[in-house]
Write a protein that binds this ligand. Structure first.
Ligand SMILES: [Zn+2]
Length: 304
């Protein structure tokens, strides 16, 4: 009998936990403008849903992305990819897409001249995603400094990949990748050298929880996006990371005012909904905190 009493109490407790859903507009701070065959054709299935992308042309990818954005109330998305691809997406819909400069060993950094021109004609508005670590580059290296200085002078936000990658990548296709380069502590000197620079740690520094909290707490201009970990990680692990990021108010560091939504959609458009749902269902975030994460923080970060 006692057992049933406890079961009933448990059911009651669970059913009383109400999850507050955010119903306003969304800004996606981390999307990619990639070709339909970026990872080969036929493309690999989404590792979580098992769905194989149906796009058979680059135009299909743009249309499917815009369809999902409308359906999910995504007002704007930062899209980074090869410069020509970003240009095409922006020509298709300049209001929905914010161009981002992409760096990855497969897409090296364009010269400063090209970058300056692309910002001037508004193809680009964000410097990122910079996957510096994949090329063995630290944000402190001299090669990166002209880009950071330019970004600070022009008030351009910079997004840097700050998370580990898939197992064994350093001994397979990205031989220069080092875990130490994606430790958010690497940002400290840059944040001091360029005090006005707006930086966001892409993928929220995962799994460097303490370092991410420390750097975000120490510098007002350092934000983070929750991309990729919000659809690739199991709920429990993702929620635990977010809970520990947002429980610092006691030392005047309210990181829920600096975390931003991002999908890191690459070729799997079904990942966008997944990444939104996984934040919506977090039981300990209030509706206000979700509004901040989905919209207000990004708006402030981009506009200020
Ligand atoms: Zn990344």
């Amino acid at each position: 009998m006692k057992f049933f009493k406890y079961v009933c109490m448990y059911i009651l407790a669970v059913s009383c936990t109400s999850v507050e859903e955010y119903k306003g507009p969304i800004i996606d701070m981390h999307m990619h403008a990639f070709s339909f065959d970026r990872y080969g054709f036929p493309p690999p299935a989404n590792p979580i849903t098992g769905n194989v992308p149906i796009a058979t042309s680059n135009q299909d990818v743009i249309e499917k992305t815009l369809e999902e954005m409308t359906r999910l109330r995504i007002e704007k998305a930062v899209i980074s990819g090869p410069l020509n691809t970003v240009k095409k997406w922006k020509l298709d819909d300049e209001n929905s897409f914010i161009g981002g400069l992409y760096f990855h060993p497969r897409n090296t950094l364009p010269s400063m001249k090209i970058v300056e021109e692309a910002f001037q004609d508004e193809t680009l508005e964000v410097l990122g995603e910079l996957g510096l670590a994949y090329g063995g580059i630290s944000p402190n290296d001299s090669i990166v400094q002209p880009y950071l200085k330019f970004a600070e002078d022009k008030g351009i936000p910079v997004g840097i990949h700050m998370a580990i990658g898939e197992p064994n990548l350093s001994i397979t296709w990205a031989s220069k990748f080092r875990v130490a380069q994606v430790n958010p502590l690497r940002i400290e000197e840059v944040a001091i050298k360029y005090p006005k620079l707006k930086i966001y740690l892409m993928h929220a520094g995962w799994p460097f929880l303490d370092e991410t909290k420390a750097i975000m707490c120490m510098f007002d201009n350092v934000y983070a996006d929750l991309s990729l970990i919000n659809w690739l990680m199991p709920d429990e692990e993702f929620q635990d990371y977010v809970r520990r990021l947002t429980n610092m108010s006691g030392v005047e560091c309210n990181l829920s005012k600096k975390l931003m939504y991002g999908s890191d959609q690459m070729i799997w458009t079904d990942a966008i909904k997944l990444s939104i749902d996984n934040i919506q269902k977090i039981p300990f975030l209030t509706k206000e905190q979700k509004a901040d994460i989905f919209y207000n923080n990004a708006k402030r970060f981009l506009d200020n």
